[in-house]
Design a protein around this ligand. Sequence first.
Ligand SMILES: Nc1nc2c(c(=O)[nH]1)N[C@H]1C(S)=C(S)[C@@H](COP(=O)(O)OP(=O)(O)OC[C@H]3O[C@@H](n4cnc5c(=O)[nH]c(N)nc54)[C@H](O)[C@@H]3O)O[C@H]1N2
Ligand SMILES: Nc1nc2c(c(=O)[nH]1)N[C@H]1C(S)=C(S)[C@@H](COP(=O)(O)OP(=O)(O)OC[C@H]3O[C@@H](n4cnc5c(=O)[nH]c(N)nc54)[C@H](O)[C@@H]3O)O[C@H]1N2
Ligand code: SF4
Ligand SMILES: [Mo]
Length: 684
Amino acid sequence: MLQTTHNATCPLDCPSACALKITIEANRLQSVRGNKAHPFTRGVICGKVSRYREIQDGPRITTPLIRCGAKGSGTFREASWDATMDLAVKKIQDAMEQWGAESVFPFYYAGTMGMVQRYAIDRLTHRAGFSRMDGTICYPIGFAGWRAGVGQAFGPNPTEIADSDLVILWGINAAVTHITMMADVKKARQNGARLIVVDPYRNQTAKLADQHLNPRPGTDGALATAILHVLLEENLIDRDYLAKYTDFDAELADHLRSKTPEWAASITGMTPQVIRAFAIEYGRARAPFIRLGLGMSRQNNGAVNVHAVSCLPALTGAWQRRGGGALFATGDAFHLNLETIRQVAWHNGASRILDMSRLGDVLTSADLSPAVRVLLTFSANPAGSCPDLNRVHQGLRREDLFTVVHEQMMTDTAHFADIIWPATTFLEQEDLFKSYGQYTLQHSKQILPPLGQARCNHDVVNELAQKLGFREESFTWNSGEMVQRVLASSDYPPAATWKTGSYLDCTPSWEKGHFLHGFPQHDGKFHFYPGWSNINMPKMPDHWPVNRRDLNDKSDPYPLDFMTPPTLATLNTTFAYLPAVAKRQGSPRLWLHPQDAANRKINHNDTVVVFNQLGRLTMLAFVTEDVRPGLCLCESNFPGQAFPEGVSLNALSHATTVAPDGGAAFHDNRVEVVKLDQTTATAR
Ligand SMILES: Nc1nc2c(c(=O)[nH]1)N[C@H]1C(S)=C(S)[C@@H](COP(=O)(O)OP(=O)(O)OC[C@H]3O[C@@H](n4cnc5c(=O)[nH]c(N)nc54)[C@H](O)[C@@H]3O)O[C@H]1N2
Ligand SMILES: Nc1nc2c(c(=O)[nH]1)N[C@H]1C(S)=C(S)[C@@H](COP(=O)(O)OP(=O)(O)OC[C@H]3O[C@@H](n4cnc5c(=O)[nH]c(N)nc54)[C@H](O)[C@@H]3O)O[C@H]1N2
Ligand code: SF4
Ligand SMILES: [Mo]
């Protein structure tokens, strides 16, 4: 049989956005490899996507389904697209008539990062006047922190890390979440650079590092501010740079005077000596590079912490040197005009905006008027990924809520559906991709026919819109036309003319990436003064004590910090529903320090119950010194069925709105842990 090889882009919500080489034979996927010619991928991809056949040929949903058992029971019967579409249209029209268009709530995220598929539902939302969604689940906390100082989400090319003499991976578990970048870290080390990882636990990346610094979660603001103090005290600063490129002034110098390593030690749980040595090593390095992660931002004070860390290269002027500076994300470098896809101009501004991170509240609050009656979910698994998950499940169980789920797999969310529509995979649809960790714009054509009756988001949205009576032209274009229109309206050449075949290099110039012509702020300067819109936030780099641990009152009597960072085997909850992956993952394990385990008479592999005011989960104890005393965690992304409670880790995550722009503080929760047999009286 004839084999053919095609270019594609990994569609998953991962900063690497790898360029792929897809081999097919007789309309079946044979292999997925990294594109060796691509300047960032360089032929290396992760194991899970190289095994993508497990999804492509795996337990996919292939026909529309209608619920036939009790809500949430997961029993469905096969139905046709026409019948399910007509039912959905009727439910939407009824809801619009009885309660208004805002009673319909489309919920989506980045199951596919392709612009055309991901944002398709927006134009229907805007045209119909449905409730709009505030997409807070991942990015806004960190971005607010970065934007406060630097201004926009771009910076040096991450491949420049290879030229650094001190690489600092700060709150990013790159060996798991951004493996492609580790190639440049490795090159830097071969050239003699040291690698320091700043992370509350000894994660996969910390295990590879020359040094692991382990502040308590949510204390990076204190650590960074103390480093600023030492740099100033030791005169390891660049005064010319500060004057030309920043808003540094005497008041700030004064403020920093009391922020000693001793002050930070009491907050971070590190020693003053380690903090001072770190600051001096940073100040003396020729070109230190800090890669900040989203992980460190998932705290109630995350924005303040990200901003404080971003101040370090501004104080020393490290930005000016090849291999030096910092990077948080790259997405603002692309300047894509997505209006053709999203049609933001269509909404009249009157329709309300609901916060995706507070879905439990949205679905169960008696105060919301009109209540949500129809929930349409695309490319997202809120019944696994949203905080306060018991409340989300409670809402999804409502008999007066009609839920439509467009999915590839029978996820936790699909279980709660009234209708399930089969979704295509990235190999079965066309799209355009930017990235949040590198600088290439990529185009992927459809390579395989849809499996069964699967359809892409774009086509489903167009059909739904037409059946609802909307006649605008953009509901008639196909995915390929959409790609062309977005490129043309963004002043990019047509994809067919790209010399490399599937990507365009959009890396900012060296001067731009290092902000040598100024920072993208109104005054062209880096802002040590963050100018938060929320007046309760600190005026200058500092520790902001608003985390769960800082509440320290009767409303939060749980003694252990609890985090839920991702693992290598899954990408959020994608892959988690594959039997082979579930087997590889094993049971959920609670990492617990030996001291905390001993205090509770818990032994390795004991069954434990982890609980707080939001819920309880049963797991196996994993007693290890890789977490510090007072911290426990479970590496996340298990399906609900992995726990006897039938609900996943976010049963323990608070859905508190995070300042200044919203978000979910997934790594800022508190719990208590007991051995299973002692729990009945204490845990609920
Ligand atoms: N294999 C795999 N890759 C992924 C994902 C996945 O699920 N699996 N998810 C993708 C997505 S959607 C995203 S957004 C990215 C996220 O990727 P990252 O930016 O790496 O974020 P996390 O993995 O959530 O957390 C990274 C680290 O932050 C640490 N951390 C938590 N709180 C703090 C803190 O207060 N201070 C500091 N210094 N560190 C802290 C955690 O311990 C963790 O080790 O990864 C993407 N890549
Ligand atoms: N405890 C805890 N919770 C977290 C996090 C954490 O670190 N800890 N991380 C958070 C973060 S950073 C994020 S980004 C969110 C992610 O949360 P979600 O956006 O819910 O991400 P996934 O769980 O990957 O779900 C995406 C779903 O989209 C489906 N999908 C893929 N492609 C397509 C397509 O083309 N069309 C359609 N219709 N469906 C498609 C996949 O099958 C998958 O089930 O989770 C958050 N939740
Ligand atoms: S999940 Fe990330 S590392 Fe794996 S192939 Fe996709 S983009 Fe690359
Ligand atoms: Mo994310």
